[in-house]
Design a protein around this ligand. Sequence first.
Ligand code: BGP
Length: 469
Amino acid sequence: MRSLSTEISFPDNFLWGSSSAAYQIEGAHDEGGKKPSVWDCFSHEPNRTFANTNGDIAVDHYHRFEEDVELMKEMGLKAYRFSISWARIFPEGTGQINQEGVLFYDQLIDLLIDSGIEPIVTIYHWDLPQALQDRYGGWESRKIIDDFAYYASFLFDHFGDRVNHWITVNEQNVFVMQGWLFGLHPPGVKDSKRAFKVNHIVNLANAKVIDLFHSLGNKGKIGPSFAYSPAYSVDSSPESVLAMENFNVFFTDFWLDVYVRGIYPSFVRKRLTDIGISLGELPGDDVVLRRGKPDFIGINYYQSTSVTFDETEPKNWSSFSTLVKGAKKVSNPYLKKTDWNWTIDPIGLAVTLRRLESRYQLPILITENGLGAHDELTEDGCIHDQYRISYLKEHLIAINEAIADGVTVIGYCSWSFTDLLSWLNGYKKRYGFVYVDRDDESARTLERYRKDSFHWYQKVIESNGLNLI
Ligand code: BGP
């Protein structure tokens, strides 16, 4: 692999951060006035998740947030990205506010600020109040646009004096397709026609909230987080290169063009029309989309994808890749893989950042990047996760290179701070700097242990990146 060799130089105010999401860490699923989210219900159905794991207790952050923030402070974290559980604030999705839920986030935000850590708040990280799913089918109804705006405007009003960076929706491209095309996330639907209509409604909700944020004159910045996986052509055959173009326009431009420019790429629009899929647009939607331009793009980067030309035209659209004309995913012989078979490709992050800068010229906040691995707690309470250090280090070197090339990157939030629940892979897929003593079968002691990567990242932050190499 080519090593990137630019001198290390991160901006002075670079947001050295780490991330989490409410459902994956909080636990206390039925405490403090909270009502169920779609994930609470879905994970209680048999065989929906790995070993039927759920977030009932998760890593008990709801009760241990003080200890967790103390660890963040010790590490010297500059920013912490977390999500607010909609059902903790509005247990019914809208209407009555749950003051206990508001208090929890007030305490968390205040403690972060007192500890010198900037809170970065995700408004929606997939845990829709079940009440809205039951009332009108959640994201399948346009009613959700107003309810989402109502929830977000409460957050802006109440926490806006203390929060500078807001993420509207996390990985729309993942939760919509997993939820309505693959049937693997709630509501467990497999229907491409419904999936694209839902996707359009999420676009409208996202744009409306961004527009609202700006028109209310809020201080701070706002943008969505997108799961970006750049596609490479498997070889230099022109057919494969064209397949790669199709893949990228479908998997990335299809969302990012709407976020930034308020328009769907014409190639995707044409392709969907050809195969009889409608976006469900109504007159006036284009105006809403155009008004919702984000201040930055949040990027979750884990891996790249490789594609080859494939001339077979599938008979049904049961998977997203089959929607892409003439393209098929293939393995990349140049890349190693994680324990969960995800490619490890730091240069792919530099490619991502370069492509984003070329197309949109907006600041970028890396909102997730990390390595899911099996970690071992040794008898003396250590976790020697050199593999995670190498992974994060290589990705940070790639970011440094992109910055040197002229990309504006305002911060980096690793995934994740503590170990936490993986939506579909249970507790044994660990990402954190802090090991949590629990497994798929039981919550065990829930004690926290600093991994080697904790001490490594502490030094990276302290030196503003200079200690990377
Ligand atoms: C992203 C999600 C995160 C997190 C991460 C790791 O898609 O935004 O919430 O889960 O992926 O994924 P996984 O848990 O599947 O390894």
